[in-house]
Design a protein around this ligand. Structure first.
Ligand code: CO
Length: 133
């Protein structure tokens, strides 16, 4: 088994501060990490749940994939991050199993991780991110 944990569940939101405030009032959740990832055009707030995260994600510019997602589908579940020990190896295994990579090879993600995205087509309709800490 290549997956070691659900790393995060990513939810696209229009207003990151409003979403963080809601999660705080509703669940008592605190922000463990907040980061602008300029190359992806996103700002993320990570709320820790046991050894996983809820990742609230908003767009930092109109061309961001998150901005396009919000325009097309509105707020909601955007992707699931699966934690792995070896991102390159897990990506290779997924491709060999018939999945379509978005990232041809692993690249830097937020909080110092190494990540690779895999297209929802060929992965049963869910955008998957492989996350190596
Ligand atoms: Co993610």
């Amino acid at each position: 088994m290549l997956l070691t944990e659900i790393d995060h569940v990513a939810i696209a939101v229009n207003d990151l501060d409003a979403a963080v405030d809601f999660y705080n009032r509703a669940y008592g959740a605190e922000v463990a990490h907040r980061e602008v990832v300029e190359r992806d055009g996103v700002e993320e707030a990570l709320l820790k749940v046991a050894d996983s995260y809820i990742q609230l994600t908003s767009a930092t510019n109109e061309d961001s994939p998150i901005a396009k997602f919000l325009e097309r589908k509105g707020e909601g579940l955007h992707h699931v991050g699966y934690r792995v020990d070896d991102c390159a190896g897990a990506l290779k295994a997924m491709v060999e199993a018939g999945a379509t990579p978005i990232d041809k090879e692993p690249r830097p993600g937020s909080r110092g991780t190494t990540v690779a995205f895999v297209h929802p087509k060929g992965a049963f309709g869910t955008l998957i991110e492989l996350v190596q800490e």
